[in-house]
Structure formats: structure tokens, C-alpha cells
Design a binder for this molecule. Structure first.
Ligand code: ADP
Ligand code: MG
Length: 249
């Protein structure tokens, strides 16, 4: 489903790290139910943009609204931050599971602590999402007993347990052995089919082409090209995008 209700709008946002200008006035929007792939060379600002969306980074200027929460308002407060963090899930390249907790405990921690759900309710829900990512039988395992692909599927299930409206993925398959990439992409594809709003930083062009509705190509802190996935990937307009795509093959 791809209606055109924007859930993330960003206008002219800038982000600097000291004297390094990383986002140089980026604008765009992500619609409800839309899957957007963000591509571009290492260091062009993809992670920074994604991290601004859930306020792991604070923008220096511009306007940013995520799911109705105005992140550029000077009085943005802790209550809004908590709201934002429950509404926006994020999956990282390195999984970030708690190693000393079982899979189940990883999944129910935030629903219990942050959402105040009972252990019983959280456990039920965790079971549902573990089933969904095909890991129901791993509930009592510890992360170190899992493959990379399984860890990442657990990380996705953990995010889903917060019932997010938006899911951000930062190179979710980049740390995986090639043979484990497919199982993670498949879970993401299912989520997309169910209508989840997703922003996915990825180098998987086949995934971008087949699953993403739109592709944003970033280059040195700006949006250099964007459009329907098939068009942007099959018919790059700029030399930079052509070069970027040819290097991936
Ligand atoms: P990408 O995800 O596209 O590879 P990033 O958004 O991670 O790029 O980084 C963009 C630039 O910002 C890089 O030059 C990186 O070194 C720099 N950068 C990212 N995070 C920080 C930080 N916390 N402090 C200083 N520099 C950073
Ligand atoms: Mg990155």
C-alpha cells in the first residue's frame, strides 16, 4: 500500500560534526506504507540521515517531522523523545542484541520497561513476532548461539515488539555472510508487503529494485537523485550514480 500521507517530512535539514558538513540541506518525505531505499557511497551521510529520523542525532537546522512529532521544535522534550522512540524502530548492521539475555528476554525488555506491559502480554507478543521471523524455537537461546542471519531476524522481531509505525534499517545485511542475506531480506520483504513504512539504507540493489517503491541516491550530503526504484537503478541520470552502481557489480 502506498498512499500519499507523509509520515516523515524533512526540509532543508543540515547536520554537522564540528566543521564537517554531513547533511547539506536535504529535503524530502516518506509516505505511510512506503518503502524507500537510501543508497550512496560510504560516508555520504546515509546513516546520519536515518539517525536524525529517530533523534539519535539532532539536526542543526531545517525542519523535521516524524509521525506528527516536530523534531525541529526548540521545545522538543523528553516525553516526545520517548514517544518517537516507541513509534520508530531501528535495525542496525551490528544487531545490537543484549548478549547476556536470551532471545525472549531481548524481545520483552522494552515492552515491559518502556511500554509498561505485563511479562505475560509481552511474552505472548514476542512469540508472535518470533514466529513471524521463523525463530519461535530459539526463544531460550542466547545471541551467541545464533547465526548472523538469525541474530538480525531477532533484532527485527525485537523492534516489532514495540509496535512501531516506521522501521529504519541501516545496512541490515552488510555484516552477514552472503548465504545469510536472503533470509533477512525475506523478512523485510514480508514486512513491506504488510504495509510497514520502511526506510532502508542498503547496498542490495535487487532488494531495492524489487521491494522499494522509491530510491534516494545520496551523494556527499545531498539527495543527488530520487525516483521510482526501477527508474533510478535502471536509468541513472548522473555520472555519479552510474559510477556508484557499476562499482557494486
Ligand atoms: P554513511 O552511512 O553514508 O556511510 P555516515 O552518515 O555514517 O555515512 O557518515 C557521514 C560522515 O559523517 C562521515 O564522514 C563520518 O565519518 C562522519 N560522522 C558520522 N558520525 C559522526 C560522529 N558521531 N562524529 C563525527 N563524525 C561523524
Ligand atoms: Mg552508514
Amino acid at each position: 500500500m502506498n498512499s500519499s500521507t507523509p509520515v516523515i517530512t524533512f526540509h532543508n535539514i543540515e547536520k554537522n560534526f564540528g566543521s564537517l558538513k554531513v547533511l547539506k540541506g536535504i529535503s524530502g518525505e516518506i509516505n505511510r506504507g512506503e518503502v524507500v531505499a537510501v543508497i550512496g557511497s560510504s560516508g555520504c551521510g546515509k546513516s546520519t540521515l536515518l539517525r536524525c529520523f529517530n533523534r539519535l542525532e539532532k539536526i542543526d537546522s531545517g525542519h523535521l517531522t516524524v509521525n506528527g512529532i516536530n523534531l525541529s521544535h526548540p521545545q522538543f522534550n523528553q516525553k516526545q523523545l520517548r514517544q518517537l522512540r516507541t513509534q520508530v524502530g531501528m535495525v542496525f548492521q551490528q544487531f545490537n542484541l543484549f548478549p547476556h539475555l536470551t532471545v525472549l528476554e531481548n524481545l520483552i525488555l522494552a515492552p515491559c520497561k518502556v511500554l509498561g506491559k505485563t511479562r505475560k502480554e509481552s511474552t505472548q507478543q514476542a512469540g508472535f513476532y518470533l514466529e513471524k521471523v521463523g525463530l519461535f524455537d530459539k526463544a531460550s537461546a542466547y545471541p551467541q548461539q545464533l547465526s548472523g542471519g538469525q541474530k538480525q531476524r531477532v533484532a527485527i522481531a525485537r523492534s516489532l515488539c514495540m509496535n512501531p509505525q516506521i522501521m529504519l534499517f541501516d545496512e541490515p545485511t552488510s555484516a552477514l555472510d552472503p548465504e545469510l542475506v536472503g533470509e533477512v531480506l525475506q523478512v523485510m520483504q514480508e514486512l513491506a508487503t504488510e504495509g510497514m513504512t520502511m526506510v532502508v539504507v542498503t547496498h542490495e540493489m535487487q532488494f531495492a529494485r524489487e521491494v522499494a517503491h522509491r530510491v534516494i541516491f545520496m551523494d556527499k550530503g545531498i539527495v543527488a537523485e530520487q525516483g521510482p526504484a526501477s527508474e533510478v537503478i535502471s536509468n541513472p541520470r548522473s555520472d555519479r550514480l552510474r559510477t556508484f552502481l557499476s562499482r557494486l557489480n
